[in-house]
Design a protein around this ligand. Structure first.
Ligand code: SDX
Length: 435
């Protein structure tokens, strides 16, 4: 889609070339440089893709300066207030919020796919009990492609639809299995008379020995956490799913690549790293040590980072962090944990950082991971499970973006180029002649 304006590149000895400028419905225009290499023999150079749009998308829009996040045009604040996670899944996948009848049918389909093949549990036995749940999950999600040969044709809309349902429905079961395995406890099967999130909570904390009493506060808070983590434009793990999927591989393999990428502490692993950072700060003296810690973070030689702070796109407060902080207040209040020392420490640390020129100058604000660990810990979720829960929630975003790519007429296999700065062509010296 070009709107007629052009961008002109002047290069070499007096040469110049024009490129069409494309305009979206909102957000920055893009310079369409697809013909650059063919016409000039030059590449663009953009490590980390700070100025690169990898695709056109209609799913999620972020305004980093305003701190705005829209799923299919709906502000995240409104979705968190008025919808549940499966409604949000329907919206991300189909582009519109469901009618009551559409929602009921969607919930029924997801509910009927929550069980995993009994063979899946035998993969678990290969792992040590203390394996990180994300290592287990990466393996389990990839292994799903070994079970659904009946629907792996990515060019068949029905196969794409059933794969999306299977992934969204089975992730809670797999995440709960990875937790139960770490405890040495039996797996809990899903129950079809429970909501998606209540089912997950029961599979995580229930045992065969007694009926599990669902805590509605926990379910409501987790469901909101799922909504806040569902999608986020072309972040690292979504870009991984798109690039992996662009080779034509099946969606289970592509989503397994997304799980692996999300694990990193610079990305989805930040919630676990942030809580560990706060707990370590607490042990070292808490609020009295904040000045010392912040000084260390500001020292470029320390390599220390304030986990849960900063973002490639948000140069203002991450709207999800605001909602997560509200959820902290609500959950800690309802659970009688108002005086949670970690929450108080996190808010004190946030205040110190937001008043410090180092953070202000670099526009570093709390991101979604800063408070999510505190909420999840209050809900009884073990720290090692935080990123697995992020994966559970982000699966719908990954699969919606994958579907959008597969059905995009402009879609091609992703194959970036490089600026080569290594050795140019040279001859091999036989080893007996090498000194
Ligand atoms: C997620 O992309 C997404 O949308 C991701 C996500 C999603 O929903 O998918 O939002 C989820 O991954 C959130 C981010 C979680 N990660 C963390 O909280 C880890 C801590 N934050 C960072 O490491 C960092 O802020 C990133 C990775 C999030 C963003 O890094 P950028 O955009 O590459 O920025 P940068 O590393 O170039 O930093 C710019 C400057 C540097 O200082 P100078 O070189 O200018 O002196 O800011 C500093 C950095 O040192 N900086 C930090 C900091 N983050 C950046 N300094 C201290 N603490 C931090 N957290």
């Amino acid at each position: 889609m070009s709107n007629g304006t052009k961008a002109v590149l002047n290069y070499g000895d007096g040469k110049s070339i024009e490129f069409p400028v494309m305009k979206g419905t909102v957000g920055p225009d893009v310079v369409d440089i697809r013909t650059l290499y063919g016409k000039t023999g030059m590449f663009t150079y953009d490590p980390g893709f700070l100025s690169t749009a990898s695709c056109q998308s209609r799913i999620t829009y972020i305004d980093g300066d305003k701190g705005e996040l829209l799923y299919r045009g709906y502000p995240i604040e409104q979705l968190a207030a008025h919808c549940d996670f499966l409604e949000t899944c329907y919206l991300l996948l189909k582009g519109e919020l469901p009618t009551p009848a559409q929602k009921a049918a969607f919930v029924d389909t997801v509910t009927k796919h929550t069980m995993v093949n009994e063979q899946m549990q035998f993969f678990m036995r290969g792992f040590r009990r203390d394996a990180h749940p994300m290592a287990v999950l990466t393996g389990l999600v990839g292994a799903m492609s070994a079970f659904y040969h009946d629907a792996l044709d990515i060019n068949d809309p029905h196969d794409r639809e059933i794969s999306a349902m299977r992934l969204i429905a089975k992730m809670p079961t797999l995440v709960a299995m990875s937790y139960k395995y770490s405890l040495g406890q039996p797996y809990i099967y899903p129950k079809n008379d429970l909501s998606y999130t209540a089912n997950f909570v029961r599979m995580m904390f229930g045992t065969p020995c007694e009926e599990y009493k669902i805590n509605d506060t926990v379910v409501r808070a987790l469901d909101r956490i799922f909504i806040l983590h569902a999608d986020h434009e072309q972040n690292a793990s979504t870009s991984t799913v798109r690039l992996c999927g662009s080779s034509g591989t099946n969606p289970f393999a592509a989503v397994a690549a997304g799980v692996a990428c999300l694990w990193g502490p610079a990305h989805g692993g930040a919630n676990e790293a942030c809580l560990n950072m706060l707990q370590q700060l607490q042990q070292q003296g808490g609020v009295s040590k904040l000045g010392e810690f912040v000084a260390k973070v500001k020292d470029p030689n320390s390599g220390a980072r304030l986990m849960g702070f900063g973002h490639r796109v948000y140069k203002n407060y991450d709207p999800r962090a605001k909602l997560m902080r509200e959820t902290c207040y609500e959950v800690l209040g309802e659970l009688g944990l108002e005086d949670d020392p970690l929450f108080k420490l996190a808010m004190a640390l946030e205040k110190v950082a937001l008043e410090d020129d180092y953070f202000v100058k670099r526009k570093l604000y709390p991101n979604v991971d800063y408070y999510s660990g505190i909420v999840q810990k209050a809900l009884g979720i073990p720290v090692a499970m935080f990123t697995g829960i992020f994966s559970l929630a982000r699966t719908v975003g990954w699969i919606a973006q994958w579907q959008e790519m597969i059905t995009d007429p402009e879609y091609k296999i992703g194959r970036p180029r490089q600026l080569f700065s290594g050795a140019t062509s040279r001859n091999v010296m036989p080893i007996d002649k090498r000194k």
